[in-house]
Design a protein around this ligand. Structure first.
Ligand SMILES: [Zn+2]
Length: 73
């Protein structure tokens, strides 16, 4: 029987994927254009768009697209 090689010790370090928040900002001339941000968390926390709705990963705020959604306040 061949010897089983068991690795011991620390696992190799892997870099985390960088936050891609910078992709949410665009500069046109002297203006900064921001993507839609969360009304609860404020600017800086952006909403992801999925299945016709905008969703905040931080506070779980969900807002539906204008076409489908009746306003719920
Ligand atoms: Zn939020």
């Amino acid at each position: 029987m061949p010897k089983k090689i068991i690795k011991k010790g620390k696992k190799p370090h892997k870099n985390k994927p960088t936050s891609k928040k910078y992709t949410k900002y665009k500069i046109e001339g002297e203006k900064i254009i921001r993507e839609k941000f969360c009304p609860r968390c404020g600017p800086g926390i952006f909403l992801m768009y999925s299945q016709g709705r905008l969703y905040c990963g931080k506070c779980h705020y969900t807002s539906f697209d204008k076409k489908e959604a009746p306003k719920t306040d």
